[in-house]
Design a protein around this ligand. Sequence first.
Ligand code: SF4
Length: 512
Amino acid sequence: MPQSAEKILDHAPLFREPEYQDLFKRKREAFECPASSSDVEVQRQYAKGWEYREKNLAREALVVNPAKACQPLGAVFAAAGFEKTLSFVHGSQGCVAYYRSHLSRHFKEPASAVSSSMTEDAAVFGGLNNMVDGLANAYSLYAPKMIAVSTTCMAEVIGDDLHAFIETAKTKGSVPMEFDVPFAHTPAFVGSHVDGYDNMIKGILEHFWKGKERQPNASINIIPGFDGFCVGNNRELKRLLDLMGVSYTLIQDAADQYDTPSDGEFRMFSGGTTLEQAAKALDAKATLSLQKYCTPKTLEYCAVQGQDTVAFHYPLGVAGTDELLFKISELTGAAIPDAITLERGRLVDAMADSQSWLHGKKYAVYGDPDFVYGMSRFLMETGGEPIHCLATNGTKQWQEEMQALLASSPFGRDGKVWAGKDLWHMRSLLFTEPVDFLIGNSYGKYLERDTGTPLIRFAFPIFDRHHHHRFPLWGYQGGLRVLTTLLDKIFDKLDQETNAPSKTDYSFDLTR
Ligand code: SF4
């Protein structure tokens, strides 16, 4: 064998060893009904053209490489933003392994969540016993302060009633009667992780607010939304709010949960909105959502309680940050201090410094609806042109908002919006209408290799690069970081394309 205890090979070189190559060859011949290489190549070339693009875009019954995840993943992320809260997903175990794996591979941190481990018998007779035993085990083994329950497809298909199940489990003594067990039904076969986030936040607020009388105060609530950059973004947001001296509650803050230090102590739980804060948030004057499409039901619920509600689209770039800070200032009466105004000026200065390199660059952007909106807006601020704007979980309303955004700038003139499309659609778009850069998550790697479009990773999940999430995208400082990343890619590409000695290696920004 190519490796032994003395010589452990990493998976990249390991699978290039002759034994594995031979195994792959035999597998292909025996199981994969291979077409000839020339037939594959003919098909590959055809799939790059306009005719295939039209067929591809007309596709209805199949999704290939979607830029979204299922509802419970969003619910598990949402629950991680509350103090000592354990996610309990009622359904099958493999699904929960997928959420944990996704979150921990992205954040490079342990991501705790338990499952009620439903199997065939529970699928036939219902999962009540799994809930009763599971809650008891989770409570006694992990000592959480709150258990947030969501569901996988399996529990939803058979119609398990979470409210009734949790009440029954409490009467059977799984957890104390007064123990906090908010829940959200998160059917994975509709919507996406942003809906799961919304359902879980609403479930938690309902749990704490139901039947309570609101005593309005001057504070504001801020809901960040599902965000793979929450570690950097939430901390940056809090820094700005503290500079303004605003009284606020961040509802759902997973920054510390997904960024625990290595100091010899394992922290299963860290940071998060305290349960007391979540309960008191009912009294706030207003609730602001930083991602409109992550919170429609939650904001509606807040409005019914009598709060003002405002929704933003991922506060990135100059206008995105302006809009958020001006609104906070208006709602709270807090002035925007000079320190923040200076940061704004520095971002504008940096954008102007690099204008000649940024102007006219063409981009394809995909990800969650608010991210695509915020990123496209910033790209246009830099003089860039968002040509393909795609959100698999984008709605018709999002499509219309995006079209209005693109129409508001000359840089959006050639932009098109693709709601409900996947990354195989994006492949056709990139081959038929090429752009300079692709902005999205790690799954864009295949597109980068296939189409030759350099990928810039700004969206969840990012597996194949490390620690990006520790630095903010939001605010003026975040804008500076996004700007720098764009420019690095622009210059890297320029260097690669001008690497022929005495032919193309001229005109660099190098002086002596
Ligand atoms: S889509 Fe359904 S089966 Fe698949 S991971 Fe999500 S909950 Fe599980």
